[in-house]
Design a protein around this ligand. Structure first.
Ligand SMILES: Nc1ncnc2c1ncn2[C@@H]1O[C@H](COP(=O)(O)OP(=O)(O)OP(=O)(O)O)[C@@H](O)[C@H]1O
Ligand SMILES: [Mg+2]
Length: 401
């Protein structure tokens, strides 16, 4: 099946640092989508109860459940998904380890390599897309810089190919490291078939995720240095992986409060952070959401929050489409092009600190600082040239020799 067979689906993925508001934003978005008469599903693969806590509905479980007209919610249980669908592969992997004399319980533990649970949650998404029940799926991704990598994983595995060098091959390789000389049990026909099916599904998933008509990543951040940097890095990685990012949401901004100096100071600080965030997410559209009076949860507050974020807009809209970061590999160098929120040629200062570039630009109210995260490929390279071309910064890195 190709992707064009089901193009009307919108897949919206929220990501950001822990506690920034991914879950509540996902729920509010889903409520709004349902109001727009889209058959919507909001899912989370976070530890149990996440959606139940947000909606204040303790019974939300591992099967889709309708909580409003057009709105279903689902808590993914990666372990159930895994054992339901990939029992064969998992037990083969475990048998490899136990053949090496590793205790069976431990063997299962080791076979669940890091990232496996995320991967199986993603496969659930593939299944949901394939069954074509929904017009919109909102995904509340767990807080982890790693999460994006798993979104890319399908492409990676797909490109390894359909030879026996696929998953089973990889895992027997791991087993070999444990005990190089002994024999590894041969995978059964069932295991190989499961593996091929898995590769097919991963390829389809990869197509879904990199189709910008269908899938958007949205960044959730707060007006603080840490979460902005985290989101900025996710923005860069998504571009690197060819996944479209269409919107950034700065959440939990304190309202201006004049009577209390303590809060006034915070509000002032956050104002500079919001400005910084806007510069850093350029050219993405940015939405600012205030900190509510009390903890944001329950249907009523989530609905009101959806109104604050989207107003009359349809959240399924693709807010931005483009390539804010571009990477070109040359023989001993890497050329990176980044869109920046200024165009004056002489007025910027560029400095590299480890895996990020800091661009300082003078403007009438002071300095705007733009932090550009660098891809890992630039480790061991030096910054050779930088040039501004309109709103594009062109940076050349060269391998150290
Ligand atoms: N605009 C807001 N106003 C008031 N409270 C908020 C707002 N946004 C989020 N919260 C509260 O902040 C807390 C964290 O929100 P949420 O669980 O959505 O974040 P998260 O990014 O999903 O966190 P995690 O990384 O742990 O999954 C919750 O208690 C939520 O109610
Ligand atoms: Mg959450």
């Amino acid at each position: 099946m190709t992707i064009t067979t089901y193009i009307k689906l919108r897949l919206i993925i929220y990501t950001g640092k822990g506690g920034t508001g991914k879950t509540v934003t996902s729920c509010s978005t889903a409520i709004k989508l349902a109001e727009h008469k889209r058959k919507t599903l909001v899912i989370s693969s976070d530890p149990a109860h996440t959606l139940g806590d947000a909606f204040m509905m303790p019974n939300i479980g591992y099967e889709p459940q309708e909580i409003l007209p057009n709105l279903q919610v689902l808590q993914i249980d990666p372990v159930t998904e895994m054992s339901k669908q990939y029992d064969t592969i998992l037990s083969y992997m475990a048998s490899i380890f136990s053949a090496k004399g590793i205790d069976e319980t431990l063997a299962y533990e080791i076979a669940m390599l890091p990232g496996m649970t995320q991967l199986f949650s993603l496969l659930k998404i593939e299944e949901l897309v394939r069954i074509k029940t929904f017009d919109a799926i909102v995904i509340d991704m767990p807080a982890s810089g790693e999460a994006l990598r798993y979104l890319y994983f399908p492409k990676l595995v797909g490109s390894i190919g359909r030879k026996l060098t696929g998953l089973v091959g990889m895992f027997s390789g791991v087993a070999r490291m444990f005990q190089p000389l002994s024999k590894i049990p041969a995978p059964s026909k069932g295991v190989l078939e499961s593996e091929y099916e898995l590769l097919d599904r991963l390829e389809y998933l990869s197509e879904i995720i990199r189709n910008s008509d269908m899938t958007s990543i949205r960044l959730v951040t707060n007006p603080d240095t840490f979460s902005i940097e985290n989101a900025k890095r996710a923005f860069m990685s998504a571009s690197l992986y060819g996944i479209n990012v269409d919107l950034a949401i700065i959440n939990k901004i304190m309202p201006h409060e004049t009577s209390n100096q303590y809060y006034a100071n915070w509000a002032e600080f956050q104002k500079t952070k919001v400005e910084e965030a806007r510069a850093n997410f350029y050219p993405l559209p940015v939405k600012e959401i205030l900190l509510h009076r009390t903890e944001l949860r329950g249907l009523e507050m989530l609905t009101a929050n959806g109104e604050l974020i989207f107003g009359n807009e349809d959240p399924a809209k693709i807010y931005y489409r483009g390539k804010p970061f571009n990477f070109a590999n040359e023989e001993n160098s890497l050329r990176m092009t980044v869109k920046v929120p200024f165009t004056e040629k002489d007025d910027f200062d560029l400095e590299r600190y480890g895996d990020q570039l800091t661009i300082k630009v003078k403007n009438p109210v002071g300095y705007v600082v733009n932090i550009v995260p660098l891809p890992s490929a630039t480790i061991g390279m030096k910054l050779a040239k930088a040039k501004l071309n309109g709103d594009e910064l062109n940076v050349l890195f060269e391998k150290n020799v």
